[in-house]
Ligand binder design. Structure first.
Ligand SMILES: [Zn+2]
Length: 248
C-alpha cells in the first residue's frame, strides 16, 4: 500500500539500479520511536535493504544549496557538495542525495554507465547545479536519461518575488504562476526540466517521477510542512559497472 521506493521507468530501462525513498523506507515505518522522525541511519538502512545495497556503500555529502560537484568517492560526509558524479570504476559506491521539498535529480549515461545524483532546490536551480553535474559527466547530453523525483509541487510552492525571479532567471518565465494568489507560485520541477532540455537532453529522456512532498504527508517528509526536524527522503543511483545496452 505504501511503497518503500519510487522508481523511474527510463532509468530502469537503461539498466541503472536507483530509487527515490519515501517516508516508509525506514524499518520503523513513517515515524521512529515515540513518533519522532526516523534518523537518517535508520532510514538509510531500510532504504538500502529494499534496494539490495549495502548501507556501508553509501556516499553522502554535506548539502549546502550550492553547485559544487563531488567526483571522487571520498567517504568524508563533511565534503560540501550538492551533486555527486561517479563512473563505472566507482560501482561499489552508492551516491546519496537527501531532500525534503527540494528536487532530487538522478541522471545516467546509457553508454558509459556514469551517473549523477543532484540536489536542486530553488537555490540549486538559480546556481545551475544540474548544469555543473551534467558537464562533469562528460560526453554528449543526448545519451543521458534523467529522472526528476518527488518534490514540492507548484500549488504548494508559494514564494516571494525574489525567489520567483531567481528561478525564472535560471530557466524561463513559464515556471512562475502569478494567478493563484497574492504571491507567486513556482514550478521547480519544470525549472529543472527546462535546464536539462537547455543542456541538450531529449524531452523523451526526462521523466517526472510523480509525488509532492508537502501535500502527500502519507508518503513523504516535507521541510515546509514538518519544520526543521523533518525527515529526509533519499535518492540514489548506482554507476553501472559494465555496459548493459540491451536493445537501446
Ligand atoms: Zn503539493
Amino acid at each position: 500500500m505504501h511503497p518503500l521506493i519510487v522508481r523511474s521507468k527510463i532509468l530502469a530501462k537503461a539498466g541503472f539500479l536507483h530509487g527515490f525513498s519515501t517516508r516508509w523506507a525506514s524499518e520503523a515505518g513513517p515515524t521512529g520511536p515515540g513518533g519522532a522522525f526516523p534518523d537518517d541511519a535508520i532510514h538509510l538502512s531500510g532504504f538500502f535493504e529494499a534496494l539490495g545495497r549495502d548501507p556501508e556503500s553509501a556516499l553522502r555529502v554535506k548539502q549546502v544549496h550550492g553547485n559544487a560537484v563531488l567526483q571522487t568517492p571520498a567517504r568524508d560526509w563533511s565534503t560540501e557538495a550538492d551533486a555527486i558524479v561517479l563512473g563505472p570504476e566507482d560501482a561499489p559506491i552508492t551516491p546519496v542525495i537527501r531532500t525534503a521539498d527540494c528536487v532530487p535529480v538522478l541522471v545516467g549515461d546509457a553508454f558509459t554507465g556514469r551517473v549523477a545524483a543532484v540536489h536542486a532546490g530553488w537555490q540549486g536551480v538559480e546556481k545551475c547545479v544540474v548544469k555543473e553535474a551534467i558537464q562533469a559527466m562528460g560526453g554528449p547530453a543526448i545519451r543521458l536519461v534523467a529522472a526528476i523525483g518527488p518534490c514540492i509541487c507548484t500549488d504548494c510552492f508559494e514564494v516571494g518575488e525574489e525567489v520567483a525571479s531567481a528561478v525564472e532567471g535560471a530557466s524561463e518565465p513559464d515556471v512562475t504562476d502569478r494567478s493563484r494568489g497574492p504571491k507567486p507560485h513556482v514550478d521547480l520541477r519544470l525549472a529543472v526540466r527546462l535546464q536539462l532540455r537547455a543542456l541538450g537532453l531529449r524531452p523523451e529522456s526526462i521523466e517526472d517521477v510523480a509525488g509532492c512532498t508537502q501535500c502527500e504527508p502519507e508518503r513523504f517528509f516535507s521541510f515546509r510542512r514538518d519544520g526543521a526536524n523533518a525527515g529526509r527522503q533519499m535518492a540514489v543511483i548506482v554507476p553501472r559497472a559494465t555496459r548493459n545496452l540491451r536493445h537501446t
